[in-house]
Design a binder for this molecule. Structure first.
Ligand SMILES: *Cc1c(COP(=O)(O)O)cnc(C)c1O
Length: 370
């Protein structure tokens, strides 16, 4: 990815020969990579690497402030929502959310591995009402008919199921505030933040290198539970200190800011959504047309971020050949998750349309050979 020719260390998109379909950590925009590389050498003209400056320096404080402000702007967050960049991954939020918000009972929807993990953690803190689940059909669809009890503290769901390739592209209707794991589709769809009291997303799918998790908390959601919360696990600790109670993941936050600036320049979340819908349609059309392949989930619930597909049964023995063929054409990260098999093409915001077109061309060529 880094060219040996030309000026050393220059990230050159024209020289990028790989089509990166990894599910996470995953592709980042060339500008994010280039600017992160620049800051590793000389951060904000300090003459120091971003790897060696204090998080309390005025230069890094400016990064944090802008990253929080841009997240608010891009997602249209009202003033009473706080933006934090925490460590611990999205998985830490599976326990932090109920620790802070579950007093008596919460409603959960089970749409896959990540939601199941969240349910397991929530049970430590109170009653968990699993109001809907698609486990009966190996998580190949999003449940539609379910009732959320009006006395639940919140309704929890995962908007995009990275492993199975299903997505809720519309905010559900809920009589209670919602908590959402948007790890793999944040910044790819316009949503109504006022329906949520907590949103979180690991950075490594649509934003930055692994290590930071965006946590968006509504002020009024806090302080309602009757339990002691350890300092580091209490959202109020981090809010009070502007997400700098302890050393934040400095480098991923810097990269996140570069991506956020790029999203803004390009036209914001609505524009990302338009492009993502277009890219996904190109690939799903080919999966539906090509005699070798088929999709794995209900058509109406297909994710525009993670496209899962398999060989049709009569061509099952060609699976490895196709992976090898795709790999010879510069495609990486296409192997499906071990719990689904087949293939998964992740089409995050940073993936150019050209990579999707290259994959489609590769599928057509492989079909012609068989
Ligand atoms: C990747 C992912 C996670 C786990 O993220 P970590 O940062 O590794 O804890 C959780 N939820 C979803 C939807 C994911 O895609």
């Amino acid at each position: 990815m880094f060219s040996d020719s030309g000026s050393p260390g220059q990230f050159d998109t024209l020289d990028m020969k790989k089509h990166n379909f990894y599910a996470g950590p995953s592709i980042l925009t060339p500008t994010t990579i280039q600017k992160t590389a620049d800051a590793v050498i000389n951060f904000a003209d300090t003459g120091l690497s971003i790897l060696e400056v204090s998080h309390r320096s005025k230069e890094f404080q400016a990064v944090m402030d802008e990253a929080q402000a841009l997240t608010k702007e891009l997602l249209n967050l009202p003033d009473d929502y706080h933006v934090l960049f925490l460590g611990g991954g999205a998985s830490l939020q599976f326990c932090m959310a109920p620790f802070n918000l579950l007093n008596k009972k919460a409603a959960y929807m089970n749409t896959g591995t990540w939601a199941s993990n969240a349910i397991k953690e929530a049970k430590i803190f109170g009653e968990v009402d699993v109001v809907a689940s698609s486990e009966d059909s190996k998580f190949t669809y999003i449940p539609k008919d379910y009732v959320i009890p009006a006395d639940a503290d919140y309704f929890y769901y995962c908007s995009n199921n990275t492993i199975y390739g299903t997505e809720l592209r519309k905010d559900p209707d809920s009589p209670v505030p919602m908590v959402c794991d948007m790890s793999s589709d944040i910044f790819s769809r316009v949503f109504d933040p006022t329906k949520y009291e907590l949103i979180f997303a690991g950075a490594q799918k649509n934003l930055a290198p692994a290590g930071a998790t965006i946590v968006i908390v509504k002020e009024s959601a806090l302080g309602k539970v009757n339990r002691e919360i350890p300092t580091m696990l209490d959202y109020r600790t981090h809010i009070k200190k502007g997400s700098m109670f302890n050393t934040p993941p400095v480098l991923p936050i810097y990269s996140a800011l570069m991506t956020l600036r790029y999203y803004k320049e390009q036209g914001g979340v609505a524009e990302m959504e338009r492009r993502d819908l277009e890219k996904a349609a190109i690939l799903y059309d080919e999966i539906d047309r090509n005699k070798l392949f088929r999709g794995t989930v209900a058509t109406e619930d297909r994710s525009i971020m993670n496209v899962c597909f398999v060989m049709n049964p009569e061509y099952a023995e060609l699976e490895k050949d196709f992976l090898d063929f795709a790999s010879s054409k510069g495609m990486v990260g296409l192997k499906g998750h071990r719990s689904v098999g087949g293939f998964r093409a992740s089409l995050y915001n940073a993936l150019p349309k050209e990579s999707v077109e290259a994959l489609v061309a590769c599928m057509k060529e492989f079909e012609a050979k068989h």
